[in-house]
Design a protein around this ligand. Structure first.
Ligand SMILES: *Cc1c(COP(=O)(O)O)cnc(C)c1O
Length: 433
């Protein structure tokens, strides 16, 4: 391909992606759409700069405004999460976790956390699975005992296990995160046995900021790591909140240990997103959870095996649906739904490894309501979404036919809500050439 052709082709593909996303139902639990103001921040000149070090103590020139923006981002985060100390330099949630491991543990120490099948993230994984905790930082991993029916950590068994294992670090949180974890119940035991208590809020940090989930820093967690683009609708980036006693080791764990350039445009986007959440977060996040519960019920009423019906399906933005016994594996259904313009992802369920299933063709699906809520959808629209999903999974309708109707349905939901200004559409392709 000639260079000019490749250039045009690349930019053309971006435009195609934008056109497609305007017509889809974005239901992947780890994604969101940013406001026009966040997108504006993301294309500013900060993306070309370096600012190693702490604001005011940089080892690069040209940081006059960059410093002020980073200080603002930290101040807004401290306010939103009532945190004693904030570091906004991790370039992602994965980097935030590695920085936290580096600050609090040495290679060879043991961390207790959820297994990947029970909802743990790959960054908490064992070395033999290539997980960052084991393969990069050399941690030994012990799993929390897990109650598969309640989809939560088994408190009594976990307390016993902590006393036996005496881990150096106990990390709550995960990627399939339906109900608040027992931080209050287990933090003291963990600390008594010499562990630091951390909480990976990558998925739920927005809910926490909006007061709609749990409050790990008040319940005993000393450090909270997160991504800033899941329920918190900011740019793809990471962040760490902690007690002031841990500020120095956490800062050093981030720089110089894990970042050099820390994506200053994303820090700017994060400051904007945090300001939006201080203003609109409570209302937005409350609607996210209401929508998740409503979508869970609507899918369940139509015959889908949504997990945890007796607990109201979820207390977060996420739902888990078991599909393999009646309708097929999560991988196959994910692809069919994608053809119907319904974008969600396959999910490994806690009992799948015992049944010989793995992540390519797991037993179910995961859905999140944070992005469709951002587009202005409420409980009524959850009924319609459930109907589209049912027509593909249960009725076996031709996905292409459903796709056309999804696109039609989406026409009325093109703006980002819960933000100060919304002059451009959510998935508008903005050309500045
Ligand atoms: C998404 C996720 C991460 C990693 O986030 P990135 O920002 O994609 O690096 C870490 N932990 C958990 C629990 C997650 O779900």
């Amino acid at each position: 391909m000639r260079p000019r052709e490749a250039y045009d082709r690349t930019l053309g593909l971006l435009q195609k992606h934008h056109e497609w996303f305007r017509k889809t139902l974005p239901l992947i639990a780890s994604e969101n759409v940013t406001s026009p103001a966040v997108r504006e921040a993301m294309i500013c000149d900060f993306q070309h700069r370096y600012a190693e070090g702490w604001p005011g103590e940089r080892v690069y020139a040209g940081c006059v405004y960059i410093d002020q923006v980073e200080l603002l981002a930290m101040e807004l985060a401290r306010e939103l999460f009532k945190a004693e100390h904030v570091n906004v330099q991790p370039v992602s949630g994965a980097v935030a976790n590695l920085a936290m491991y580096t600050a609090l543990t040495d290679p060879g120490d043991t961390m207790m956390c959820l297994s990947i099948a029970a909802g743990g993230h790959i960054t908490m994984g064992k070395k033999k699975f290539g997980g960052a905790a084991g393969a990069v930082h050399g941690l030994e991993i012990e799993y929390f005992p897990f109650d598969e029916k309640r989809m939560n950590i088994d408190v009594d068994a976990a307390a016993k296990r902590i006393a036996e294992v005496k881990p150096k670090l106990v990390t709550f949180g995960g990627s399939l995160f339906l109900f608040p974890h027992p931080v209050k119940e287990l933090s003291e035991v963990a600390k008594e046995h010499g562990a630091y208590v951390a909480y990976d809020a990558a998925h739920v940090i927005g809910l926490i900021g909006g007061g709609q989930f749990q409050d790990p820093l008040r319940e005993g967690a000393e450090v909270v790591t997160c991504s800033t683009h899941k329920t918190l609708p900011g740019p793809q980036h990471g962040m760490i909140l902690c007690k002031k006693e841990l500020a120095d080791p956490i800062n050093r764990g981030v720089f110089p240990s894990m970042v050099s350039n820390h994506h200053l445009h994303a820090v700017a986007g994060l400051a904007v997103a945090l300001a939006e959440m201080l203003e609109f977060g409570k209302e937005y996040q409350a609607q996210v959870v209401k929508n998740a519960k409503a979508l869970g019920k609507a899918l369940y009423d139509r015959g889908l095996n949504v997990l945890c019906p007796d607990q109201g399906f979820t207390a977060s933005h996420t739902l888990a649906v078991e599909t393999i016994t009646k309708y097929g594996d999560g991988g196959t259904l994910e692809q069919k739904l994608e053809q119907a313009n319904v974008i969600l992802n396959r999910e490994l369920l806690p009992w799948d490894p015992r049944e010989g299933r793995h992540f390519r063709n797991p037993g179910g699906l995961r859905l999140g309501t944070q992005e469709v809520t951002r587009l202005g959808m409420k409980e009524r629209e959850m009924e319609e979404i459930a109907e589209f999903i049912k027509r593909v999974i249960i009725d076996g309708e031709e996905p292409k036919r459903v796709a056309a109707e999804v696109a039609e349905f989406r026409r009325d939901y093109q703006r980002v809500h819960y933000c100060f200004e919304s002059a451009t559409q959510a998935y508008e392709y903005i050309k500045i050439r």
